[in-house]
Design a protein around this ligand. Structure first.
Ligand SMILES: [Zn+2]
Length: 341
């Protein structure tokens, strides 16, 4: 059985990449002269940043392939301006492509999008097309709130998002619903804003009829689906009160949750409430929570061990570790098949 981690970020990108970002943000404040260009990053710097971190952890924790995207908190769609977001996104995605090119059996690329508050999602279509068709990426991270915690965008079920969904369907790629940093002091980024967004997206899908219009559209809601599995009765009950169809038909043919829940009881609940066909193994490492759990002695984000410990038959575990990812990311399945896997 192949172990596919559907949720990894390049949180250790080499320093020149961060220098470029700093130059960009300085330029956005005082745009004298041409916009900064990405700094050169050597293959050796990329190797060093990966081999000591994500690759090492992948190997020691027993995963085979990580679906890899730019650092989520650094997407920071709310910073700078649209031009800055376009240039930054392109540089971040190009770096992911180089990681994949160096380690094609360990990483598959997922892109960030050049979103900006108040700017149409149509402006992100071309970058998705470039990343999938030219760089060989297999999916994207879609930010439902590019304002960074002020929620100025319409719900994900609104027609404004449709041009992007049409391209996702055409390319047959899913999106992970993933916010970025928070500029709202009320919402800690990874402790509140992320989980809020996961929960919010799910409720939007209940209220809308998006999957009637796009029956093959697929979303991964990360961080274990936010509050949704824990409050599954609330969402089923609300759907009933709102005369919405049964959630299995209405939402769960198109929506998947990852396993970025950092303790055993949380994973036990996820697996008990949500069908194994809707769960994808994920760790989000090296990411949001980096320490060691003093109660277990293991890293919080060493999530494979929680799934290994689940009382569940092997067929369902195989769905979580491998088959669901191949189904949700058909382009990953195609890559693996060309590798004889
Ligand atoms: Zn993430």
């Amino acid at each position: 059985m192949l172990i596919i981690d559907c949720h990894g970020h390049y949180t250790t990108a080499p320093a020149p990449h961060q220098d470029f970002r700093a130059a960009q943000l300085a330029w956005a404040k005082n745009p004298a002269g041409p916009a900064p260009r990405p700094e050169a990053v050597s293959d050796d710097a990329i190797r060093e940043s990966i081999e000591e971190n994500q690759l090492k952890l992948q190997q020691t924790r027993g995963a085979d392939m990580t679906i890899f995207s730019p650092r989520a908190s650094a997407m920071a769609h709310h910073e700078g301006n649209e031009r800055v977001s376009q240039d930054w996104t392109r540089a971040c995605n190009d770096l992911i492509q180089r990681v994949v090119a160096l380690y094609p059996r360990n990483f598959a690329g997922v892109c960030q999008l050049p979103q900006f508050p108040g700017v149409s999602i149509e402006n992100s279509v071309a970058e998705l097309e470039r990343c999938v068709s030219e760089l060989g990426f297999i999916g994207c991270n879609l930010n439902p709130d590019p304002s960074g915690g002020h929620w100025t965008s319409p719900p994900l079920t609104d027609n404004a998002w449709y041009p992007f969904y049409e391209k996702m369907v055409e390319l047959d790629v899913p999106a992970m619903i993933h916010v970025s940093g928070s500029c709202n002091a009320c919402f800690h980024a990874t402790g509140a804003h992320y989980i809020n967004a996961d929960t919010t997206a799910f409720m939007q899908f209940i209220e809308g009829d998006l999957f009637k219009d796009f029956p093959t559209l697929r979303f991964i809601i990360p961080h274990g689906g936010g509050a949704v599995p824990y409050h599954w009765g609330r969402y089923r009950g609300l759907a009933d009160m709102m005369k919405r169809p049964d959630l299995r038909q209405h939402v769960m043919k198109n929506v998947f949750f990852d396993t970025c829940v950092y303790h055993q009881p949380g994973i036990d609940l996820l697996a008990r409430v949500i069908d194994a066909g809707n769960i994808l193994f994920g760790s989000e490492m090296v990411g949001a929570v980096r320490g060691i759990d003093s109660e277990t002695g293991f890293y919080f984000d060493d999530t494979k061990r929680y799934i290994d410990a689940l009382v569940m038959d092997d067929a369902d575990k195989k769905k979580i570790f491998e088959s669901n990812a191949r189904r949700v990311f058909p382009r990953l399945d195609a890559i693996l098949q060309t590798q004889g896997r």
